[in-house]
Design a protein around this ligand. Sequence first.
Ligand SMILES: CC(=O)SCCNC(=O)CCNC(=O)[C@H](O)C(C)(C)COP(=O)(O)OP(=O)(O)OC[C@H]1O[C@@H](n2cnc3c(N)ncnc32)[C@H](O)[C@@H]1OP(=O)(O)O
Ligand SMILES: CC(=O)C(=O)O
Length: 531
Amino acid sequence: MSGKKAVYIYDTTLRDGAQGEGVHFSVKDKMLYLAKIMETGVHYIEAGWPGSNPKDDEFFNRIASSETIGSGMSKIAAFGSTCRVGEEPENSEILSNLLSSCAPAVTIFGKAWKLHVKEVLRTDHRENWRMIRESVRFLSAGGKEVFFDAEHFFDGFADDPDFALACLEAALEGGATGVVLCDTNGGAFPDEIRKGVLAAGKAFVPRYLGIHAHNDGGMAVANSLTAVQAGANQIQGSWNGFGERCGNANLSTLVPWLQLKLGYQVLGAETVNDLSHLSRYVAELANYPFDEKQPFVGKSAFAHKAGMHVDAVIKNHKTFEHIDPSAVGNERRILVSEQSGKANLCQRMKKFQPEITKDDPLVEKAMDRIKQAEKEGFQYDTAEGSLDLLLLDIMGLLRRPFVLEDYHVWSDPLRGELDSVAVVKVRVGDRSEHIAGEGDGPVHALDKALRRTLSVFFPIIEESELSDYKVRVIDGSHGTGATVRVVVETRWGLRSWGTVGVATNILRASAMALLDALYIVILSQSEGKTG
Ligand SMILES: CC(=O)SCCNC(=O)CCNC(=O)[C@H](O)C(C)(C)COP(=O)(O)OP(=O)(O)OC[C@H]1O[C@@H](n2cnc3c(N)ncnc32)[C@H](O)[C@@H]1OP(=O)(O)O
Ligand SMILES: CC(=O)C(=O)O
């Protein structure tokens, strides 16, 4: 271990993260998650609440019978509550499930705000402290390492500091290894967090003083960092900020803050350097769309669009980047749009002609063409495939591998499934083919007909797939006669790219975007020019 101060990470993605709307992990996903996160050296992984649902039960059973899981550096923690009001710990089903789980660590939550004791538990303060103290004692005596999550600690501390601190004291008297101060409603301000953590740190010296912050006020990361600076040495959070309501403190943001910017020792360098990939992997397992606007790990985190920014970032990346993107496994992206100057264009064109310079007339020509096209409704920052084709064309490097000579589409919406038919005629060299395709709707039929015809000449087409299709009305004042922009996302192996078409006829706009997508598949294979 280096001389840096350590902060311990307690990963609650599988528990609080799974409480987030739209987040779902199957048991298999959870097993994959554990295997992956255990490699990162995260200190604690909260696996779920044994006894609360059959999925969590099966998961804990699978962990117990797995030889590899449990052998790594990360400790598994089981989650649950204290015993109920008036209940002895020995008779508590919740505590008995926690005790018999395979997890060496257990976290139980209890009330630290008088409002909850009165209105939710409907009991008195002494009984609340008893429930906390005796539940912790029972689990500690059973050989578990016990953390106490002081639910609503900061609201409770603002209301009555002595009461809130007495809840921590009860847990420590019971033998808790750590107490975790929770901003459960997520509405605290950093200054309130600082006061609460300082007071807890002054009153007690637990082995772990943790913070668990929700993001309802958009402050979860700031509040967690404030807590660490005030003396907390454990952070509970989730990757991508998944969690109840607006989510939990985002580990994908917190880890680089702590390790790269504030000088704490958190996780191994290899994990931090791979953070962008790890965060995406977790989103994929959770079956939740990855937020590309996320700090540090999102695709947009180092995407430069404005011409002035790009000019400067090429001269010295520090002018518009707070860290080197590679430090978190991310990459710099130079976008091209109507906001571009010659620096953006030149940087992109170097892909095809490395020696090109900003004062080359072709760069200015490309900039003018793109600004004009964007005025007509094209949008290239989300359609880098069409952008590359346009640039290759301007540079005189584009050899279109085929020509679409003709296409017709018929639709009969009353027919039910496969209500549309398209016929396309394609020429490659001096050979032409025309083939029909059926589809659910005219665009699907056109896509199928194009792919079937082209795969006669270019079998590689079969390996690519249309992964997204978006239509946007550009000028709503013309009603159903408005101009539309179609953006198509195509996936081929690990690569994906966007292409764009604009027209008043949605089918024509779709055909433009689809054709660009297919040109790129073929060119990437045969000429390697768009790679
Ligand atoms: C702040 C947090 O995020 S804590 C995490 C909470 N997570 C979850 O709730 C997800 C999993 N939960 C569940 O599956 C279910 O709620 C269960 C199985 C745990 C409990 O279900 P039920 O027994 O039907 O109880 P239900 O959820 O309706 O009510 C909660 C009960 O727990 C009590 N309770 C709430 N907090 C605590 C606490 N800290 N300690 C002890 N009891 C508590 C409530 O008073 C209520 O009891 P009551 O009905 O006697 O008033
Ligand atoms: C324990 C917990 O998840 C909370 O207080 O928010």
